[in-house]
Design a protein around this ligand. Structure first.
Ligand code: FEO
Length: 393
């Protein structure tokens, strides 16, 4: 149990050892499930709970801080890594009411079977007095579920932001003490969770400008006591600006596509374009997602398998399409033995990207002079496109 401000305590759990979230997302640095206790002069509120695997940690901390009464449990978000201990907390504190919005209430009933009578439903902008402390609830939909909201503790100027501004980063430091490390984790988190909702991220950033924020306390990762750092990072990631970068997720079976990718990377570097290459059988998809946050162009490299793209290339295309990066241009390079529809199938998997497709380069078998010349032409076209939008010289 550690204090953030007078009578405001961090009571969540550090999950050092977890390495996979949602059975999908790598957690190279673990994560935290942050929960906060706000002791007002009249009422006490718990802001979010923790993942069910860490319920014992939360309860232990509540007992240590002497929380013999909880009047309200604020649920910012129904996803189980924050709501999963709610049932146990309501058993331990039977007088507690769950404070949330109508959408989150419906989800908590569906997901956790919380009783209807346990809820206090709050409107967007509504305030709840705890005596000498006031909680103001602000709806922030789609960061990253439809029901997500945040709480502003007016007297202490703390924004409890749940997943918004979060980072999967286990740390013994309660506050950000190394911005470079937190930037990396927060960008990875943004890429995996928030990027598909970039427009809503921008709308919510705008909505929060009305608040004077001294501290941002998210539900994953360290607390920000320099909130401009993470707010400005979000503004950059969610902006329409793209960088003079090409991301190349690729896979090769017998070396032909790999030769093309290697040549392509060199030609791009010669043209002063930043390249980020990812081999798909060994890729950390979080790293790939991060690269997609800023890049102007994505070029997928794939051999032809059973007349279509290699399944790992299809997976990369599916992932990129789901993450909806602001990519402006896309293409494909790869190889085939006798024919197929690899390019058409990959391009058809990217409808959400709104990217202009630049003519792909395919090689029948191992690439030769004419394929290498075509790769140089592809690099020239990409450079010309990047110049057109003002990101390359
Ligand atoms: Fe950290 Fe969307 O839950």
């Amino acid at each position: 149990m550690r204090g953030i401000r007078r009578n405001v305590y961090a009571v969540g759990a550090v999950d050092w050892d977890s390495r996979l979230f949602d059975r999908l997302i790598p957690l190279p640095d673990g994560t935290t499930y942050n929960s906060y206790l706000v002791n007002g002069s009249e009422k006490t509120a718990l802001l979010d709970t923790v993942d069910p695997s860490k319920t014992d940690v939360l309860i232990d901390k509540l007992l240590k801080v002497g929380a013999d009464k909880i009047d309200y449990v604020v649920a910012h978000h129904a996803e189980q890594d924050h709501s999963g201990s709610l049932g146990d907390i309501l058993l331990l504190y039977p007088e507690a009411k769950v404070v949330t919005n109508p959408k989150c209430k419906a989800m908590l009933i569906d997901l956790l079977g919380i009783e209807e009578g346990k809820f206090v439903v709050v409107e967007d902008g509504e305030a709840l007095s705890l005596g000498d402390k006031t909680l103001k609830f602000i709806y922030t939909p789609w960061v990253h579920w439809p029901e997500t909201m945040v709480t502003y503790l007016e007297e202490d100027k703390i924004l409890f932001s749940c997943d918004f501004f979060g980072a999967h980063l286990a740390s013994s430091s309660l506050f950000v003490d190394d911005q470079a490390t937190v930037y990396e984790s927060a960008k990875r988190y943004y890429a995996e969770i928030m990027m598909p909702f970039r427009k809503q991220v921008n709308a919510n950033l705008e909505k929060l400008t009305a608040l004077e924020i001294e501290v941002i306390a998210p539900s994953h990762g360290p607390i920000h006591n320099q909130p401009a750092f993470i707010i400005n990072a979000y503004k950059d990631w969610a902006s329409d600006e793209v960088k003079n970068e090409v991301v190349i997720p690729y896979v090769s079976m017998h070396g032909s596509t790999a030769k093309m990718v290697a040549y392509f990377v060199d030609t791009l570097i010669e043209r002063s374009i930043t390249v980020k290459q990812f081999e798909l059988s060994t890729v950390d998809i979080g790293k790939l997602a991060m690269a997609l946050v800023d890049a102007a162009t994505v070029v997928i490299g794939s051999p032809t398998v059973l007349t279509g793209p290699h399944p790992l290339a299809a997976y990369a295309a599916f992932l990129a399409n789901a993450l909806r990066p602001k990519t402006r241009f896309a293409s494909v390079i790869g190889s085939y033995g006798w024919g197929g529809k690899m390019v058409e199938q990959l391009a058809g998997m990217l409808p959400n990207l709104k990217a202009e497709i630049i003519e792909p380069v395919l090689s029948k078998g191992s690439p030769r002079d004419q394929e290498f010349a075509a790769i140089e032409m592809l690099a020239d076209r990409i450079l010309a496109k990047h110049k057109e939008i003002g990101i390359a010289d």
